[in-house]
Design a protein around this ligand. Structure first.
Ligand code: ATP
Ligand code: MG
Length: 284
């Protein structure tokens, strides 16, 4: 497995087991071995994609990377500092550096808060930040009009809500943006716009991207490196083009054979964007 000399994120032999509730009084507690010895590095500036079918352990891995959960065994470091198994208060350094965008923007946005307050939330305890100016800058960066700040999440479409989540994630100037299925809940017609927004922002802000999807074509479009997860383990890891176009592992070969739904939308993107003057293109 390729290892970079100074990885930003380093994952070593990570396991995560979950105990399920007992199904009968004297029965054994069934155990789910969600991650089985996962090892990889992510270098600064890399766009690292994780692909795999439902239940393969992608979200479990993401939660560990963000310090939202701890490994049962193994280590995770960010810039050389231990992330896994730290008490909440020791993880302050991670909170600004690693930000997450989740699948369902509605579920992750407080419906009672105005967009300005949602986006400004990660800036709450920061000194010397011109918050209104920063909110304007962030809304502009994600292709939303300035007056979006006064409105509430329900007044936006799914794609626009995901733009709001992305603006909030970028607020503390993270070095790593983690996205867990960020377009899976969106209409096919807007998926490509959000994916292109993510890649444009990654470039503009020199972000390291960790991007999770069950759709290999999506990961191929966004990432330079792909890790294929199957049953809690990485079965293949390499340059995106190589993994997607000449997969070596039988499981990856099956993923490639399963016709991706997004490809048509991605192919149709350029013409549609030109026709409608996609704001993402104008802003970045
Ligand atoms: N809190 C939990 N308690 C018990 N089992 C869990 C828990 N979270 C995840 N699992 C189990 O761990 C395995 C991996 O789940 P995970 O959510 O990481 O998969 P995933 O690849 O993100 O799937 P999807 O594509 O559906 O989002 C599954 O078998 C799941 O049921
Ligand atoms: Mg998941």
């Amino acid at each position: 497995m390729p290892e970079s000399p100074n990885p930003l994120l380093s994952v070593r032999e990570v396991h995560r087991r979950y105990r399920r509730p007992r199904t009968s009084l004297f029965g054994a507690r069934p155990e789910v071995h969600a991650l089985r010895g996962v090892t990889f590095d992510v270098a600064a500036g890399q766009r690292f994609g994780i692909v795999g079918e439902s239940g393969s352990g992608k979200s479990t891995l993401i939660r560990l990377l963000c310090g939202l959960d701890s490994p049962t065994a193994g280590t995770i470091t960010f810039n050389g500092r231990d992330v896994g198994g730290q008490p909440e208060r020791r993880l302050g350094f991670l909170r600004d550096e690693v930000q997450v965008v989740f699948q369902d923007p509605m579920g992750s946005l407080d419906p009672r808060m105005r967009v300005r307050d949602i986006v400004a939330e990660p800036l709450a305890r920061k000194r010397g930040v011109d918050v209104p100016a920063r909110v304007r800058e962030l809304l502009d960066a994600v292709g939303l009009p300035a007056d979006a700040a006064d409105r509430y999440p329900h007044q936006f479409s799914g794609g626009q809500r995901q733009r709001i989540s992305i603006a909030r994630a970028l607020a503390p100037r993270p070095s790593v943006l983690v996205a867990d299925e960020p377009v899976s809940a969106l209409d096919v017609s807007v998926r490509a716009q959000i994916l292109n927004l993510l890649t444009d922002l990654a470039e503009a802000y020199e972000l390291t991207l960790v991007f999770v999807s069950h759709d290999l074509a999506v990961v191929r479009h966004v990432c330079d490196t792909i890790a294929v997860m199957h049953d809690g383990a990485i079965v293949e890891l390499g340059p995106a083009a190589r993994v997607a176009d000449a997969p070596e592992h039988p499981y990856t070969q099956r993923l490639v054979a399963a016709v991706p739904t997004i490809r048509a939308a991605l192919a149709g993107r350029t013409a549609a964007d030109l026709a409608h003057g996609n704001p993402v293109q104008e802003n970045t």
